[in-house]
Design a protein around this ligand. Structure first.
Ligand SMILES: Cc1cc2nc3c(=O)[nH]c(=O)nc-3n(C[C@H](O)[C@H](O)[C@H](O)COP(=O)(O)OP(=O)(O)OC[C@H]3O[C@@H](n4cnc5c(N)ncnc54)[C@H](O)[C@@H]3O)c2cc1C
Length: 406
């Protein structure tokens, strides 16, 4: 079987690799000039690796961890808490407090669901859980920033259920691939060989009589026996115009919301300890992670802003200067240099956003819609599974399996 794959992020690459291992021919089309998509690592002038996109690898992210083991890529500990960020005064919530915040969110979501059904926003759930001052609660700020979406537009019940298990199974020892997370993408690319066509955005997909045709922006057409569509959500929303889909799947795609986020990666010096600290009275944070001794911060600091409102408050349209100044003003534990890299995912032409969340019209049955193929097409990508590096990889493996099951 010849399989066309649109998108060479972790989802598309893993699908292509699994298909190739099962004996199929693959051709991968990528709009960018590199593989990895939102998994993209580079180095600062001092040699420190930084991540433009996906960074934290959870202890439960078994698929990416298994691949790293197979590829001989060490995962190193970050040495900071993700869920429990420090405040500027150095305080940090206890794990009991964190568990209490998560269970309050969950109980509020289920109460609202019982009285109103599923159409409840994240803001409504947060207000119900934490009262009128919910927006100043550090856990709530973290929650809104992590979802990257307008809290009025995303479904609070879906999100509360997504985070439900995090309190009891409290685990903070997240890591990163020492060589940069995109080493995983580059290694899959090396293994699948010269099958990725770069600079080839797919703008139309059709299927008829057991054949799938993809057309690129330059008008070239490609034909295969099957296809995996693994492009980011905003691109997928456009590609489904020419496809017949089950109604529930179409609803899940159209109703899902793409969030926005930005990162400012800065070169720093000083022997500070690794720390993730919430900005004062603002819903963004920054972190310095552990060097190989595990004791000191590496020579890099990452600031992260999730959601369009927070990004606007940081004046990103004028460049990194204002954000850099704000970062320097409160990260007095480090010497923050002027050397920095700003990545604004909202304006990235290949992703058109950061990652996606269930929209207001989400209902539980939408969670399983991508466990089926449509004719000879399977869908992959964070938006079809879980908005993480690991979720993207798993969605690719699932798509390959769907196409090869007899
Ligand atoms: C700022 C930020 C922080 C994050 N933090 C974390 C984190 O800490 N931990 C974590 O696990 N995850 C994190 N994520 C999420 C994670 O990075 C993504 O879920 C994952 O990388 C998505 O992979 P994907 O293959 O679904 O999509 P992508 O990586 O976007 O791959 C899709 C590919 O399709 C290409 N493409 C686009 N349009 C077309 C087209 N028309 N034709 C052909 N190709 C096309 C793109 O160029 C891209 O290469 C973060 C993401 C961002 C942006």
């Amino acid at each position: 079987m010849k399989v066309l794959v649109a998108g060479a992020g972790l989802a598309g690459l893993n699908a292509a690799w699994e298909l190739q291992k099962a004996g199929h021919r693959v051709e991968v089309f990528e709009s960018n000039t590199r593989v990895g998509g939102r998994c993209w690592s580079e180095r600062l002038p001092n040699g420190e690796v930084f991540e433009h996109g996906g960074e934290f690898i959870d202890v439960n992210d078994h698929t990416i961890r298994r691949l790293c083991a197979e590829f001989g890529l060490p995962i190193v500990g970050l040495g900071i808490s993700f869920d429990r960020r420090r405040q500027v005064d150095g305080s940090i919530m206890s794990k009991e407090e964190l568990a209490a915040h998560i269970s309050a969110l969950s109980a509020a979501a289920e109460r609202l669901c019982a009285s109103r059904g599923y159409r409840v926003s994240l803001r409504e759930v947060a207000r119900e859980a934490y009262g009128p001052d919910y927006e100043s609660l550090p856990y709530c700020q973290k929650l809104f920033a992590t979802t990257t979406c307008d809290p009025d537009q995303v479904n609070g019940i879906a999100i509360a259920r997504m985070f439900q298990g995090h309190g009891n199974g409290y685990i903070e020892h997240r890591g990163r691939v020492m060589a940069g997370n995109d080493a995983v993408a580059r290694e899959i690319h090396r293994r699948i060989g010269d099958v990725v066509r770069f600079d080839t955005p797919i703008v139309e997909v059709r299927q008829a009589e057991g054949q799938v045709t993809m057309r690129s922006a330059s008008g070239e057409t490609f034909t295969g026996d099957a296809a995996v569509i693994a492009v980011p959500l905003p691109k997928l929303k456009r590609l489904i115009a020419t496809l017949e889909l089950p109604a529930l799947m179409r609803k899940a795609i159209e109703g899902r919301v793409m969030g926005a986020a930005a990162k400012l990666n800065t070169m720093v010096s000083g022997k500070a300890t690794p720390r993730g600290v919430q900005a004062p009275n603002a819903p963004w944070w920054s972190w310095s992670t552990a060097d190989n001794s595990g004791e000191h911060a590496r020579g890099s600091l990452t600031s992260y802003a999730g959601g369009r409102a927070t990004m606007a408050s940081l004046k990103l349209e004028d460049g990194p200067d204002y954000w850099l100044e704000q970062t320097r003003a409160y990260r007095t534990d480090l010497e923050v240099s002027d050397i920095c890299v700003l990545t604004n995912w909202a304006t990235d032409p290949h992703a058109e956003g950061a990652y996606s969340m269930p929209g207001l019209d989400w209902e539980p049955e939408q969670d399983r819609v991508f466990d089926q193929k449509v004719g000879s097409i399977a869908f992959a990508g964070e938006h079809t599974h879980y908005a993480s590096l690991n979720g993207a990889l798993e969605s690719g493996a699932r798509a390959a399996k769907l196409l090869t099951l007899i």
